[in-house]
Design a protein around this ligand. Structure first.
Ligand SMILES: [Zn+2]
Ligand SMILES: [Zn+2]
Length: 69
């Protein structure tokens, strides 16, 4: 896999070195820092939109189907 540009936060643009630890959004594969992380469904995403996408696409890689609350 080729790296997409540098590792920068998709939200605030902070570089990986500065942000410390960037995580990769499981939906859009972009990096995001802890400050910009949106938590949802036991995971973290780069944005609320991705959290919703995760829910609606039902992409569970290690969990059984999540029941709506
Ligand atoms: Zn950020
Ligand atoms: Zn995302």
């Amino acid at each position: 896999m080729t790296e997409i540009h540098d590792r920068v936060c998709a939200g605030c643009g902070a570089a990986g070195d500065e942000a410390g630890h960037l995580e990769v959004c499981s939906i859009c594969q972009r990096h995001f820092c802890v400050d910009c992380a949106h938590k949802g469904y036991g995971r973290k995403f780069c944005s609320a939109d991705c959290a919703r996408s995760y829910y609606f696409t039902g992409e569970t890689d290690d969990d059984e189907n999540l029941e709506p609350e």
